[in-house]
Design a protein. Structure first.
Length: 213
C-alpha cells in the first residue's frame, strides 16, 4: 500500500512525471531492504493498520467520513464472514478426524474384515478392533439396515443399528465404547476385545431388521 500511495502521489504531483518514471519510483520503493526482509504476515498487518489509520484520520466531517465508516464496516463484515467459515470448516474437519468411524478411504465390509484379520495376525489389536467395527458398520450399510451417514461416530452407529436390531443393541453399544477407547481414549486393544467384535460381526451378518425398523 505504501508503494501504491507513492505511485499515486507521483501521478498526482503538479510536476510532469511520466508513467515510466512513476513505475520506477514504485519499484524503487518496493526494493527497499525493509520490504525484502520483512515477513509477509507482518507486512500485511502493517499495511492493513496503515490503511485503516488513513481512513480514520481522513474521516472528519462531510462525505469523506461517511465513506470511511462504510468501508470499515464492510471490511469488518467480510472478516467476520471469513472467520465463521473457517470455524465451521474446522469444526466439520475435526468431527471427521476425531469422531467418525470411517476414514477418508472408502472400503467394503469384506475389505475391512480382511484388514482386521491381517492386523490381528500381527498382534495389532487396536487396529484390528477399529477395522472390525468398520466392517460391522459397512455391512449394516450395505444391507440397508442403517443408512449411510458421512462422519457418523461409533456411538451414533450403535444407536441407529440398535433401533433396527434391538436384540443386539447392548452389544453394539459395548462395541462402540471399545472402538472409542482404543481410538481416542489411548487404551490398548486386546485379543479378547477383538474376538468379541468378531463374534458380534458374525451374529449381525445373519440378523434381520425388525419390521418396524
Amino acid at each position: 500500500m505504501t508503494a501504491v500511495r507513492a505511485a499515486a502521489a507521483l501521478l498526482a504531483s503538479p510536476i510532469d512525471v511520466g508513467r515510466e518514471q512513476a513505475a520506477r519510483e514504485a519499484a524503487r520503493e518496493l526494493s527497499r531492504a525493509g520490504y525484502q526482509h520483512e515477513p509477509l504476515f507482518d507486512r500485511l498487518q502493517r499495511e492493513i493498520s496503515q490503511f485503516l489509520g488513513d481512513l480514520m484520520s481522513g474521516g472528519g466531517a462531510g462525505g469523506g467520513g461517511v465513506t470511511s465508516l462504510v468501508v470499515i464496516v464492510v471490511v469488518l463484515a467480510v472478516l467476520a464472514v471469513l472467520l465463521l467459515w473457517a470455524l465451521r470448516r474446522f469444526s466439520r474437519d475435526g468431527r471427521t478426524e476425531s469422531g467418525a468411524v470411517f476414514g477418508q478411504r472408502e472400503r467394503t465390509a469384506a475389505e475391512h474384515r480382511a484388514e482386521a484379520e491381517r492386523l490381528a495376525a500381527e498382534g495389532s489389536w487396536a487396529g484390528a478392533i477399529q477395522e472390525r467395527l468398520r466392517a460391522i458398520a459397512r455391512e449394516l450399510e450395505e444391507r440397508a439396515i442403517v443408512g449411510p451417514m458421512p462422519g457418523r461416530t461409533a456411538v451414533e452407529l450403535a444407536e441407529a443399528a440398535g433401533q433396527a436390531l434391538p436384540s443386539h443393541a447392548a452389544d453394539l453399544r459395548a462395541a462402540a465404547r471399545l472402538f472409542d477407547d482404543v481410538t481416542y481414549g489411548g487404551l490398548g486393544g486386546t485379543r479378547e476385545g477383538y474376538l468379541s467384535l468378531t463374534a458380534l460381526d458374525e451374529r449381525l451378518r445373519s440378523a434381520r431388521a425388525g419390521v418396524g425398523a
